[in-house]
Design a protein around this ligand. Sequence first.
Ligand code: GRF
Length: 217
Amino acid sequence: MTRKRVAVLISGRGSNMAALIEAAKAEDYPAEIALVLSNRPDAGGLAHARAANIVTAVVEHKGHGKNREAFERTLAAVIDEHRIDLVCLAGFMRILTPWFVTRWEGRLINIHPALLPAFKGLDTHQRALAAASKTHGATVHFVVPEMDSGPIIVQGSVPVHDGDTAETLAARVLTVEHRIYPIALRLVAEGRARLVDGRCLIDGAPSTHGILIASEI
Ligand code: GRF
């Protein structure tokens, strides 16, 4: 088995990155985390990655002013240098331009803390509570130019409890994020989940909502 070389892009604490690193320790996992890249030098996840002996790099968006594409060209050069096959966004807080997204089409995935298409964008937990949602969760999807709109690979749902705050709900969703991201990366790395004509095919069959993993806790 040739393992796919994966870059994980982070901006913060990197708990999803850590879940991917952990999953990739298994001998039969079809991907290896070959690079952790952050746009912030102070991202907490960088120390974790270094401690796990993973190559890290920082490409600061700051120095590039308002020129998103110049930032992304530097990012792309670093990714290319490490012969990366797949890119995982894991709390990477930069909106990517169509140039970058198109370049990585079908090989770029993201995790979003909501059951898409509900609650695109920020503050998803607060918004789920305000909407009195009974179920909430997270989604791993292929990235397309429109934000949080790409074809879904895997979703994980959790119940919303009475008395939940955005924090307690976020913590419950995070546990399911850590379960579904490694599953989704496995499917993509094995070629079982593919982006074809704007749809996600799983084992060759079109899948509108991806695979759903429901957690009762
Ligand atoms: C996660 O909730 C993820 O869904 C969102 O940003 C957060 C990142 O957390 N995109 P972490 O850095 O992986 O801990």
